[in-house]
Write a protein of this length. Structure first.
Length: 261
């Protein structure tokens, strides 16, 4: 299966440290070598980079590691293809527009025989179950709200929609509109919050240690969400299976398990 990475931050932050370790899992320290992607929100704008090559060997990924972009919401993905061929259109994250906002989605898991009814406004470009699920979520959110609702209202609607997808299989996902980051765990997901007082962190997949006290200000804060912990010397919290969390300004805003069916 694939692996997920997201940052939700109180201030614009670069993801070079986490992204470097994460890329190693895309064909070097792990076998998720069937494409990768990363999306950076910048205000209401969005920078999206995707590639069907492995993240560990991609020159575009190398460029982004050496030329970090700062954002308050970042979503990344390394792919192990299970449904859908290895191609650019099947690389995550996927993006769509709704209510005048960019939405970004990445998925880890398999949804067996999942072919929801989709209307003309939201159609997949590629052949993955992941993009079909994203299109269906966007379609149902659009049907549920006439205009952009609050983060709390969106979370409530997602809680109602997610069980209709999870009955088809594993649905670990990340979803962001640049204001908040939603993370749902079916099987495996972890997070931590880096904030003052900052400390050192060492990547598991790459020989790199950063003392965040030397590079951050007291008001900086970042929630890092990932499939499997990236560092060996920080305290990661595991999601419960069936748990949906929403992060705003680098902090979780509540959790709770859904009723899976």
């Amino acid at each position: 299966m694939c692996q997920l990475l997201a940052l939700n931050c109180a201030t614009p932050t670069d993801a070079s440290f986490s992204f470097t370790g994460f890329c190693r899992r895309g064909g070097a320290t792990d076998n998720h070598a069937d494409g990768w992607g990363i999306a950076f929100f910048e205000g209401r704008g969005l920078r999206l980079f995707i590639d069907h090559e492995s993240a560990a060997n991609s020159r575009m990924a190398e460029f982004l590691r050496s030329y970090p972009l700062k954002s308050r919401n970042i979503v990344a993905h390394v792919r192990k293809a299970t449904i859908g061929e290895v191609s650019l259109e099947n690389a995550h994250p996927f993006t769509r527009e709704l209510w005048g906002r960019h939405w970004v989605f990445a998925h880890n898991g398999d949804l067996k025989d999942y072919f929801p009814k989709l209307h003309s406004a939201f159609r997949p470009v590629g052949t993955t179950d992941s993009e079909r699920a994203f299109c269906w979520l966007m379609q149902e959110l659009a049907k549920s709200h006439a205009s952009l609702p609050s983060v709390e209202e969106l979370t409530h609607t997602l809680r109602e929609l997610i069980p209709q997808v999870t009955r088809f299989g594993t649905f670990n996902f990340l979803l962001s509109n640049g204001e908040a980051m939603w993370a749902h765990c079916s099987t495996k997901l972890h997070y931590l919050v880096r904030q003052y007082p900052f400390s050192k962190a060492t990547l598991m997949d790459h020989d790199w240690t950063v003392n965040f006290a030397e590079v951050n200000q007291p008001g900086d804060r970042a929630a890092v969400i990932v499939t499997t912990p990236l560092t060996s010397d920080e305290q990661w919290t595991a999601f419960e299976p069936g748990e949906l969390k929403v992060f705003v300004d680098g902090l979780p805003q509540g959790g709770g398990s859904l009723t899976e069916s």
